[in-house]
Design a protein around this ligand. Structure first.
Ligand code: FES
Length: 141
């Protein structure tokens, strides 16, 4: 299954999709094995922001690919708030120097785990509270 339905409890957007723009949300992204492996191969020392920024984990959790994903067994899924951490533009998916997201406003590049790699953005793309309530439904918020 490469799509999930999103159910947002506190937030105003719902939708479905692999990548795209839905207001504040990048829909959950079903990453390819290549995208996962590329992110896993990145040394944590190479990251601009070393923290996972994942609301489901402790604040000091490092930004490993697993910590950025939906967790063990769901490493292919990544759920993020689609707001650039610089000044709040909406990054474009499957774009930029690292094959993840690119913010066209001032040129921030995020990798396939949504971690900022280049440009003025100070933090990785934020991961909201979410839970898979089934294999095909994600509750956000
Ligand atoms: Fe994204 Fe400035 S708002 S780079």
């Amino acid at each position: 299954e490469n799509q999930v339905t999103i159910v947002c409890i506190h937030l105003r957007i719902s939708g479905r999709g692999r990548r795209g723009r839905l207001g504040e949300f990048v829909p959950p992204v079903n990453r390819t094995q290549q995208e996962i492996e590329t992110a896993r191969a990145t040394a944590l020392d190479d990251l601009k922001d070393p923290l996972a920024r994942n609301a489901n984990l402790a604040d000091d959790q490092p930004a490993t690919d697993l910590a950025r994903s939906a967790g063990e067994g769901r490493e292919n899924w990544i759920v993020m708030i689609g707001v650039c951490t610089h000044l709040g533009c909406v990054p474009l998916g499957q774009a930029g120097d690292y094959g993840g997201w690119f913010c066209p406003c001032h040129g921030s590049h995020y990798d396939t785990a949504g971690r900022v790699r280049k440009g003025p953005a100070p933090e990785n793309l934020a991961i909201p509270n979410f839970a898979f309530v089934s294999d095909t439904v994600v509750r956000i918020g």
